[in-house]
Design a protein around this ligand. Structure first.
Ligand code: RIB
Length: 306
């Protein structure tokens, strides 16, 4: 019987710097804090899905170095089953994350390192993990050919497919038709559709455009406003949750995607699954870090009850 969530994506070490603002070119700025921790959208989503209660496997590629060791330790601690190719001569990637002292908002530069070499062959090697899952998730931090192979394997096996097109990049037309759910944030939705996404109405238009491109359903995350669930038969705003003071928003999108995937894998109805994802995201922003900020299932349930 199919069970749980299989996620294809990258791990990188997040190097997070807090400061009042970003430096301008040629300037050195004193910061207020620094933290290193596990990151990478796919790996963050795997942690979020596992803490939300899912049985999770993660498909990726790592170097054989200190950052790679953090990845392996993270997945072990979270009970995530790795399907990982090792590239002994390539470095595991890293991300520079600027976090605003004032708002907790972020700006990121990510270098995927060894995971940037994830190939369709690496994904094929993990075919069993994808075919045995109830939900398959991928993003755009690794090459799109690898994402396509994962989506094709999942679709052919009747696995629910979730595509988080992040960071925004051109998506070949055939990919959308492989997606049961496409989950961009407002910036990514605008880049993919050419429609500015500043209002709920514009998000609906972008949702229509994503469906017209072939996606079965769209879920556009709208930051503090929540997420727009947009399908051929309904369009509804799922509101965000206020779980306390916002400390860092970098992992919020990944918290949403990972928790949503676990909820779908449990057979939750999509609007309830999106609400579950919004609650996870709402808690994640009250904590520093990306993967370390992901909430546990009882915390999500407590917020949903409150
Ligand atoms: O979505 C947040 C993630 O994007 C960070 O953890 C960083 O590693 C980048 O991949």
């Amino acid at each position: 019987m199919k069970q749980g969530v299989a996620i294809l994506g990258i791990f990188v070490a997040d190097l997070a710097f807090r400061a009042s603002r970003q430096p301008v070119m040629g300037e050195t700025l004193m910061g207020s804090g620094f933290k290193m921790g596990p990151g990478g959208k796919g790996s963050n989503q795997a942690v979020a899905a596992a803490r939300a209660g899912g049985k999770v496997s993660f498909i990726s590629r790592l170097g054989k170095d200190a950052f790679g060791d953090i990845a392996v330790a993270t997945w072990k601690a979270e009970g995530i089953a790795p399907h990982v190719a090792i590239a002994p001569d390539e470095p595991t990637g890293a991300a520079y994350i600027f976090v605003s002292d004032e708002t907790g908002e972020n700006a990121i530069i990510v270098v995927p390192g060894a995971a940037g070499g994830l190939s369709p062959r690496d994904v094929e090697a993990a075919r069993g993990a994808i075919e045995g899952a109830r939900v398959f998730v991928t993003q755009l931090e690794q090459p799109i050919d690898a994402a396509r192979t994962g989506l094709e394997i999942a679709r052919a096996a009747g696995v629910i497919t979730v595509f988080n097109p992040a960071p925004a990049a051109p998506v070949p037309a055939g990919i959308y038709a492989l997606c049961d759910w496409v989950i961009p944030n407002e910036t990514e939705a605008a880049a993919l559709t050419g429609i500015p996404v500043d209002t709920e109405e514009q998000a609906r238009k972008a949702g229509d455009a994503l469906l017209a491109k072939g996606a079965r359903n769209a879920l556009i995350t709208l930051g503090a406003r929540g997420a727009l669930l947009h399908t051929a038969t309904r369009s509804m705003l799922v509101p965000s949750f206020n779980a306390g003071k916002v400390v860092e928003t970098a992992g919020a999108g990944d918290a949403f995607v990972g928790a949503f995937a676990t909820a779908l894998a449990e057979g939750m109805e999509p609007a309830a699954a999106a609400r579950f994802g919004c609650a996870a995201a709402g808690i994640s922003v009250t904590r520093p870090g990306t993967a370390p900020a992901m909430p546990a299932r009882p915390e999500i349930e407590a917020l949903l009850r409150a």
